[in-house]
Structure formats: structure tokens, C-alpha cells
Design a protein around this ligand. Sequence first.
Ligand SMILES: [Zn+2]
Ligand SMILES: [Zn+2]
Length: 355
Amino acid sequence: IPKVQRAVVTPVVGERLNLQITDNAPVVYPTEEGEVLVRIAWTGICRSDACFSIGPEPGFPSHNHIAGHEGIGRIVRSRDEQWIGKAVATRYMGSTCGECLYCVKGLIESCRAQTSLPKHYNGTFQEYMVAPLKALVMLPDWIFTTPDISPARYTAALCSGSTALNGVRAADPRPGDIVVVIGVCGAIGHLTGMIAKAVFGARVIGVEFPGKKDCFDAVAAEKIYDVFVPVVAGSGEADWEQYLQDLRDACHLLRGSGSEGADAVISTASSVAGFCNLPDLVRDGGSIVCLGYRQLKIQGSLMAGSDSAMRVMEWIRDGTIEPQIREVGLEDVLGCLQGSLDFRNSGKTVVRVAS
Ligand SMILES: [Zn+2]
Ligand SMILES: [Zn+2]
């Protein structure tokens, strides 16, 4: 294990992204009981990593912060030697108290005593990461050994995939139902479309910026949505009428008749506009799911427990869904996170961390 490593570091956390790639970040060793050292092989890029890298948010480190929370790797140092070599993953959630009102009700995301990456521990945009064992998800070894499937693909399940699954579960579509997915070309959005179609048998209307329409090839696009509708073009009333008409036309096309709205809408948007006027999009009795906005009374949905991540990994393994992965190097994280703030990223971007 080297003394220094490649990492993406924010030397001083401020109002703007200030990420720097370095080959000389110190490798930190576990000091506390129960901590282990993980060699990160792959890590997903999540828009929240950009948010974690600016601020600083209360409680987050303000100097030498390392973001990244969707990592897959192997334990290389542990006082308890039985863990060495084990395949593990990290997700945003590190640990919860297990005793509070929220934990007892299964709403672990709301536990006030939770620890998380990359808040309490430096994250996965580095080659060697210290983490408490209880903050890691133990993975079966097939994550690294399935023939023809790169472990990069499985990282899509950790945060984006389980969030997508939780959202589709909340929408609860029957086979043949029409689900509108807003932000359908994003990391969470494209997996939401795939799971709605391949697992729940729904038909999907994908809503996205028109410039992203061609970000997936035709074979992949067919597995993500049935009909593509561009996002509302402007903030005027005529723009909104046109958008609603486009959606009604898409529903009519899929049902073969009628002018009713969709059976469900799942917004995976990362802008406020993507959550506006959602009731207009669904028929009476339809469901509205806003991913990432748990405080809404309508229907909140967040990333599920690690069992959901494992479920999605199994679907990836057996080919039920095929995440659209763009593999980049650690040095590309800077541009990718800026890209996520500028709404330029499509599919799931995964960073090759191990050299
Ligand atoms: Zn994430
Ligand atoms: Zn708790």
C-alpha cells in the first residue's frame, strides 16, 4: 500500500466547485476500532457529490474534502483479518442509530444520528478509503467475477438504482400502465424507466431536454422509454399547454384511445421546474412520486436500503436491465461534477479509481 495516492480533493470548500486532482494525497490508515481500509475499484458520480463539494454545509469538512459515495472495492487492511479481501460497497448512508422513531419505523434516511459519506468520512474519489465496517455493504464476490459484466455497471445500483426502484415501487404501476418519467436520460431517470418497463411491465413516456434525446443508442433507448416528450419549452402558458398536449398525445398513442393523463408520474429532475404542476400530468387516481423529496406529503421516495441495491445488481447480472455506463478516470471527476451542475451528464458516469 503506497504512502500517497490519486484523489480528487477540494482543498478549500467554498461557494463554487474547487476540485483538484492530485497524485500526492496521503493514504490514511484506520485508527479507530472497527475501521478498515478499502481499495476503491470503481465509484459512481452523483449530482449530490457536487453539492457536497460546495458550501461547506454545516457539519461537513471545510478543508481537504474528498467527495464520492458510490464505491465498489475490496478491504485491504483490517485488524480483524477475516475481512481482508472481502468485496464491499459504500453508499451515502454510513450508519444509523437503529433506535430512534425513524429507525424503528424503517425511515432510516431520517435518522438524526446517522453518519454518512462523504460527510463524516472522506469519500470514494480516492484509491484508498478508511471507513467503519458497519458503514460498508458486504458484497457477494460475483460482483467482481461475473463474466462479461464490468463491476462498473453494478455501481449504478448502489444509489441511483435503489433510488429508482424505490420510486417505481412508490408509483406501483400495474403491467401496461403508463408512467411518465421526468429526467429520463439522467442517472436515476434512465434506471427508473428501465425498471418500470422491464420489471413492472409499465409503458414509459420519457421527458427530458430535447438535446439529450440522442444520448443513448436506439437499442438502449427502447429499454428506457416507449415515447419521448421534450420538457416544457418555456415558462409561458402556451408552452405549458403544448407540453400537456404532447403528453396527452403520447398517452393516446400508447393506449390507442382517450385523452386521459398518465397513470403515474415519477420526477427524477434535479431542477425545481421538474416538480411543477405534476398533478396536471396524471389521470384521476394516478400517483405522483418526487424522488429525493421525502418531506412532501404527496409521496416521498428516497434511496432504499441495501437490499434494493442488491436486487438491482441481480437484475444487472441477469440482463433484465443494462445501465448505460460512461467510464472515466479520476482526473475526469472535476469536469463530470461541473457537468452535473450544468445538466450536461447522461446515463451513469463511473470512475476508474484503481490504476
Ligand atoms: Zn448518490
Ligand atoms: Zn435512528
